[in-house]
Design a protein around this ligand. Structure first.
Ligand SMILES: NC(=O)c1ccc[n+]([C@@H]2O[C@H](COP(=O)([O-])OP(=O)(O)OC[C@H]3O[C@@H](n4cnc5c(N)ncnc54)[C@H](O)[C@@H]3O)[C@@H](O)[C@H]2O)c1
Length: 254
């Protein structure tokens, strides 16, 4: 039987976050959102917090647990999608676009967010009989972005997915494995989802290239990722644990 659950969602104001929240609210579950953005119009319990700060994250979790006592699931969506556009950078100039000072700061931000939320939650989760964590990694944490996606009709590169994004997402699969291996016996279920290409307003050149390369000849629809993450958060199949699941329309099968 599917009882109503308390589900914590980080990155609740983002594109995927908003859609998952609608879905879970429609199914009658309690949603608690965390994001760095100012409070927007929300019909769920919302906490503004910068997850890069350990102290702020610990404090916000303290508040949430003193109110709810128990959370069934964390869906961690908060992240920074670093972008390098041709207009402000020379994309072939690796030494310039990938300076250690910039790259390390960016890596640190994304990894701090996921680590801080896990670190702050674990004391509560390990006291519960059962708890669940779903991480939103990225396909680009497991395979490289394909540079051919970002060539215009003259063969010129118009964009590059920066190396710091891939590096920061590459820790997600091992986080899921490590936490499962060490805390699975305490009722913790942790999985990592690797989505690919859910894009609001894609460039025409990008779409044309995407159609040529992708086995399904199309990008991912937001409801496809929402449906899966929502299913995972409510599923009673706890034996699925420590896994990284790619939602990529077969992109990584080639
Ligand atoms: N959209 C895609 O195609 C795609 C593909 C692969 C992976 N992902 C991953 O899925 C997750 C959600 O994607 P999305 O498209 O909804 O992204 P999004 O950028 O729309 O949402 C991310 C949210 O994280 C929040 N955030 C950023 N920094 C924060 C901080 N310091 N503290 C608290 N909140 C912070 C932002 O305010 C934003 O609301 C991201 O982690 C992203 O990397 C997305």
């Amino acid at each position: 039987m599917n009882f109503k659950k308390n589900i914590l969602i980080t990155g609740s104001q983002g594109m995927i976050g908003k859609n998952i929240i609608n879905d879970l609210l429609n199914k009658g579950h309690k949603v608690i959102g965390i994001d760095i953005n100012d409070k927007a119009n929300t019909d769920f319990d919302y906490y503004q917090c910068n997850l890069i700060s350990t102290e702020d994250t610990v404090q916000v979790l303290k508040k949430i647990f003193s109110k709810y006592k128990k959370l069934d699931c964390l869906i961690h969506l908060a992240g920074i999608d670093y972008k390098l556009e041709k207009s402000n950078k020379c994309l072939d100039d690796f030494l310039n676009i990938s300076k250690p000072s910039i790259v390390m700061e960016s890596i640190n931000s994304n990894i701090s967010m996921v680590y801080n939320i896990i670190y702050s939650l674990m004391p509560y989760f390990l006291k519960q009989e059962k708890s669940k964590i779903i991480l939103a990694g990225s396909l680009y944490g497991s395979i490289s972005p394909n540079p051919n996606l970002y060539l215009d009709k003259n063969g010129e590169k118009f964009f590059q997915k920066p190396i710091e994004y891939s590096i920061s997402k590459s820790v997600f699969p091992i986080l899921a494995k490590y936490l499962c291996a060490h805390y699975g016996h305490k009722g913790l279920v942790v999985n990592n989802v690797e989505p690919h290409a859910i894009i609001d307003e894609p460039k025409e050149d990008f779409l044309k290239n995407f159609e040529k390369i992708s086995p399904m000849k199309r990008t991912c629809k937001v409801n496809e990722i929402v449906d899966f993450i929502s299913y995972l958060s409510l599923s009673e199949c706890d034996y699925l644990n420590g896994q990284t699941i790619k939602i990529d329309g077969g992109w990584s099968s080639l």
